[in-house]
Every structure is written in structure tokens, then in C-alpha cells.
Design a protein around this ligand. Structure first.
Ligand SMILES: Nc1nc2c(ncn2[C@@H]2O[C@H](COP(=O)(O)OP(=O)(O)OP(=O)(O)O)[C@@H](O)[C@H]2O)c(=O)[nH]1
Ligand SMILES: [Mg+2]
Length: 293
């Protein structure tokens, strides 16, 4: 009997192209935070899909862009590493936006892996634009393996994408047990849920200068108590995060609690506090405390 097909597929692209949306919808789980702001994902996150014939390991990665900022440079390094760790590389393009040098940069970086170009957000464009994108990129990058148009948000083209990828996956057999769905420890997973709410409710520089740490999870008789901190750079950001009479932090806490309860399937008490630490975002060991880079 043939072994189960398995392998690692890295998902790259410039910020906001829909990489995390794709990994979440392919695996059927909210593995990675999604927001309408660029640079939501800060580290490489593994999401596992088990089917009757395959076990596919998807690597969601931070958006690649040229930047002088410390945090961004580290994020890009972790994305580039993912290329070397994968059997297949996908580069996501946002079809609803103009193609830019940052897209070209990502495709060039993946040259040795003959990447697939996944043209995302086709729900927002006319079909004729897909052909234009294919023409442009095929001429510029002859090493591209193939083009696959999808809408990650609306689940369009995803089964075709899976079929194409499964065909060429190696036959390694199962790598993980069936109930293993991400490499991120539970604390990190929970902190991403909270961080996503922060990206969805605050503007400009605030979400980018914020981190979330889940410090403690305690099971009590009637509920689970989660102690988490929003770490901010200064007292101004602290005020913004807390909001008038605590209204904003309350909103973040409530939305996060509801989603965490859905995930853990038990009542929780989320003790969410704000802490100032101006050095936090400069420390690689802290930012990636729970990641695998
Ligand atoms: N209309 C439409 N929107 C999409 C699609 N895929 C993703 N989006 C939206 O695009 C935005 C960015 O999605 P993410 O999945 O966070 O993008 P990302 O590439 O992971 O972004 P970074 O982590 O910041 O690099 C969100 O508002 C998504 O809802 C799609 O197929 N169609
Ligand atoms: Mg992302």
C-alpha cells in the first residue's frame, strides 16, 4: 500500500496578501491571527492538515518587505528560513492591488524552489486581470512552476490548490499524530487570539508596538483562569490600550474570552492587564519567546 503523502509547504508573500487567512481556511482552524493591517503575523507558524490521503504541513510566515526596523528584519529572516524548510513554496499575490517590487523580491527569493504563484483575492477582481498577472510574472520569472488563482476568504479554488499540491508532495508518511494541529504552544496560541483583537481595534503605531504574553493558565473547579499581559512601550500607549474608563481593554478582553472559550470549550476568566516595558520589542528572545526560530 502507498504511504500517506506528506510534506511541508511554505506560504510566503508581502504583508497583507492573505497568507494567514489561507492557512486558517486550508486547515479549518484559526491557527494564525488575521487583520486588515499589514504585518499582523510576527513568526513562522505551522498548521497541519490531515486528509484521507495526506498530511500537509503549512508554514504561515510574516510578510516580506524591505525595512530597516529591527522587528521587521527578524520577521523577514524567519520567512526566508521557511523556504529552506519546505518541499513546496507558494508565493501569494494580492490580485486586488498593484504588483510591486516587494512582490518581485519575494518571488526572486524563492527562485531555487520553483515556487507556485497563488493569485489571491480573486473575488475582488475581474477574471481578465488574472491573465494579465500571469503574463507579467511568467515573462519576468520563467522559473515559476505554475499559477493558481484563489480566494482564500471565500474558499474559492482551495480544493484545486490542494489537489495540485498533493500530486507533487513526497511520500514521507505521517509525521505527526492526527490530533497535532500546530507547533505553537497553547500559551502562544491564546496570545495570538488576543493580539488579533488588538490589531482589529487600534490604529496607526499602537498595534505594532504591542505584544501579548499569556503568563499563566490555571484550571479551577468551575473555570480556567488565564493571566495575560498586553505589553506596551510607554504610558501614552497604555492609556490608549485601556481606553476611556477601561472601555477598550474591556472590549478586547470580552472578544478574546469568547473566542478562547470556543477553542477550549470551557468557561474561562481572562485576567488581562497592561504593562509598560519600553525595551520589550527590541529583544529577539522575548518577541520569539514561544516560537521556533
Ligand atoms: N476579499 C478578500 N480579502 C481577503 C482574502 N484573503 C485575505 N483577505 C483579507 O486580507 C487581509 C489580510 O489577511 P491576512 O490573512 O491577515 O494577510 P497576511 O498575508 O497573513 O498578512 P501579514 O501577516 O500582515 O503579512 C484581511 O483583512 C483578510 O480578511 C480574499 O481572498 N479576498
Ligand atoms: Mg499573517
Amino acid at each position: 500500500m502507498n504511504k500517506i503523502k506528506s510534506g511541508t509547504i511554505s506560504i510566503l508573500g508581502k504583508p497583507n496578501t492573505g497568507k494567514s487567512t489561507l492557512v486558517n481556511n486550508l486547515t479549518g482552524r484559526k491557527i494564525s491571527a488575521v487583520s486588515d493591517k499589514p504585518n499582523t503575523t510576527r513568526n513562522k507558524i505551522l498548521g497541519v492538515l490531515n486528509t484521507a490521503v495526506s498530511q500537509i504541513l503549512f508554514l504561515d510566515t510574516p510578510g516580506i518587505q524591505v525595512s530597516n526596523k529591527f522587528l521587521n528584519r527578524i520577521m523577514v529572516q524567519s520567512s526566508l528560513q521557511a523556504i529552506n524548510e519546505s518541499d513546496i513554496t507558494l508565493v501569494l499575490i494580492d490580485a486586488s492591488k498593484a504588483i510591486t517590487n516587494d512582490d518581485y523580491e519575494v518571488i526572486s527569493r524563492a527562485k531555487d524552489r520553483s515556487p507556485f504563484i497563488v493569485i489571491n483575492k480573486i473575488d475582488l477582481i475581474k477574471k481578465s486581470k488574472i491573465l494579465k498577472i500571469v503574463d507579467l510574472l511568467r515573462n519576468k520569472f520563467p522559473f515559476i512552476k505554475d499559477f493558481i488563482p484563489i480566494s482564500a476568504l471565500e474558499n474559492e479554488g482551495l480544493s484545486l490548490l490542494l489537489d495540485e499540491l498533493t500530486k507533487i508532495l513526497p511520500n514521507y508518511g505521517k509525521i505527526f499524530p492526527d490530533d497535532y494541529f500546530t507547533d505553537q504552544p497553547e500559551k502562544f496560541y491564546l496570545s495570538e487570539i488576543i493580539r488579533e483583537k488588538i490589531f482589529n481595534h487600534y490604529y496607526e503605531e499602537v498595534p505594532y508596538n504591542t505584544a501579548v504574553v499569556v503568563e499563566d493558565i490555571k484550571d479551577k473547579k468551575k473555570m480556567t483562569i488565564i493571566q495575560a499581559y498586553v505589553i506596551v512601550k510607554n504610558s501614552h500607549h497604555k492609556q490608549i490600550i485601556i481606553g476611556k474608563n477601561g472601555s477598550m481593554i474591556k472590549k478586547i478582553g470580552t472578544e478574546s474570552r469568547v473566542e478562547i472559550e470556543e477553542f477550549l470549550l470551557c468557561p474561562i476568566f481572562l485576567d488581562l492587564r497592561v504593562k509598560i516595558d519600553s525595551k520589550w520589542l527590541l529583544r529577539k528572545d522575548k518577541i520569539f519567546n514561544f516560537s521556533n526560530i
